[in-house]
Write a protein that binds this ligand. Structure first.
Ligand SMILES: Nc1nc2c(ncn2[C@@H]2O[C@H](COP(=O)(O)OP(=O)(O)OP(=O)(O)O)[C@@H](O)[C@H]2O)c(=O)[nH]1
Ligand SMILES: [Mg+2]
Length: 389
């Protein structure tokens, strides 16, 4: 299976950089030259600066209109570059990584997703986006809500990662992001690494594509890992991977259409009875009732790792919170705007124009000043009278 990871904006390119570290094909697109320079693992020739004529290589400061414009202007160059990386072998899935709350990623990703869908109709386009932290304020929330709406009409699935859910304890923001990015890449890379690998019951590219082709709805990845000697119940560990604490996103997994579970560990722990008990439970729980599975017994392994992908999710509290906050804000902003306009009109109505006050004609200016300059007290009194009427 061939996956191409494309990071857009700072958050997205940092995630793509980690994918590159673990040997996935990745490229990085940003409006900020400094942020591209800061990456460590994506090869130089796969770092693409967009919108230079617009921003001078300095980023778009959380303005998605500029992010969108930057991607549009340089789209031919970006698509040529992607084409040259792809060569003649098809790509199964394009994973677009980005932050929902900024400008470059939020504005640019939907433009790129649309172009990829058009040029590579047989490949899937899956968005992997980080949802903003609550404390970031209203603007990232608005950017996220509008970008969710756009991508839901273009992408095959949106793997939304709730930063709020993965942020731990009192790490500072930079450390928290690093930890979150690492977690995202660990989970998705583990899943991708298990596709097309020989095993007991294996997952192939078409299984993964089937699960991810979910009409632009949400997907989440669950995860659980334990030392093999400590696993008393494998079934319990599998179930843990798709319970709330295992998932990226606050979501009602009962609303999911499809699932995929990959289990990797020493053969003596991977007992069929345990695995089927857990899979039956999951199959019964999700609405779509379709679960794909892969078991990968590995005698050298000392740990058991379970990765679960659930797709077709519509019911997610993380997403709903963002959409509702954005809608409420938009509503009160529109009301405030309308009120400001009405107040302004009221306040200014009845004002005369210059011609109403200054004498007409081409008299000598000195004469105007001396003789006929009106008394402003009189004028304002006049205006007040008009308003009282
Ligand atoms: N998980 C994660 N989220 C991040 C990271 N950096 C930023 N974010 C989130 O992404 C949003 C900001 O996106 P950025 O990628 O910094 O912005 P950008 O796309 O580069 O756009 P501009 O900086 O406006 O040009 C914020 O809402 C953050 O919550 C990161 O390293 N990891
Ligand atoms: Mg940036």
């Amino acid at each position: 299976m061939r996956a191409l990871i494309i990071g857009v904006g700072q958050c997205g390119t940092k995630i793509a950089d980690l994918f590159s570290l673990v040997d996935f094909e990745a490229l990085a697109i940003n409006t900020s030259r400094g942020d591209l320079d800061y990456l460590k693992h994506v090869p130089q020739e796969r770092r693409i600066l967009i919108g230079e004529s617009l921003t001078g290589g300095k980023g778009v400061n959380a303005n998605p209109i500029l992010g969108r414009e930057a991607m549009k202007r340089d789209l031919p160059m970006v698509m040529r570059k992607i084409g040259s990386i792809i060569g003649y072998e098809d790509v199964d899935v394009f994973f677009l990584t980005f932050g929902f709350g900024g400008g470059t990623g939020a504005g640019g990703t939907p433009v790129l997703a649309e172009a990829l869908k058009e040029e590579y109709p047989d490949s899937l386009v899956v968005a992997i986006g980080a949802l903003p932290l609550k404390e970031e304020g209203i603007r990232p929330t608005i950017n996220a809500a509008i970008t969710i709406d756009k991508l839901s009409k273009i992408a095959d699935s949106i793997i939304a990662i709730d930063n709020n859910k993965l942020k731990e304890g009192d790490l500072d923001i930079k450390q928290a992001y690093e930890r979150i990015n690492y977690t995202i890449v660990e989970r998705i890379a583990s899943l991708l690494a298990l596709v097309d690998v020989p095993g007991e019951q294996t997952l192939d590219a078409s299984d993964l594509k089937f699960v991810l082709k979910a009409f632009g709805s949400f997907a989440t990845v669950g995860y659980a890992k334990a030392d093999a000697s400590r696993v008393k119940s494998l079934s319990r560990l599998i179930i843990k991977s798709f319970e709330s604490e295992g998932l990226y996103l606050e979501a009602n997994i009962e609303s999911a259409l499809y699932g995929l579970v990959a289990i990797h560990g020493p053969p003596e722990v991977l007992k069929a009875g345990d695995i089927f008990e857990a899979l039956d439970y999951l199959t019964g729980k999700i609405r779509g009732k379709q679960i794909f599975r892969g078991f990968y017994p590995d005698p050298r392994e000392r740990e058991v790792e379970v990765v679960t992908l659930l797709s077709g999710i519509y019911d997610s509290k993380s997403i709903e919170d963002i959409i509702i906050t954005a809608k409420n804000y938009a509503k009160s902003f529109m009301e405030a705007k309308e009120e400001a306009e009405t107040k302004k009109k009221e306040l200014l109505s009845g004002l005369p124009d210059f011609d109403d006050i200054y004498p007409a004609g081409n008299e000598d200016l000195s004469e105007i000043y001396e003789g006929s300059f009106p008394d402003f007290n009189e004028v304002t009194k006049g205006l007040r009278r008009r308003e009282d009427d």
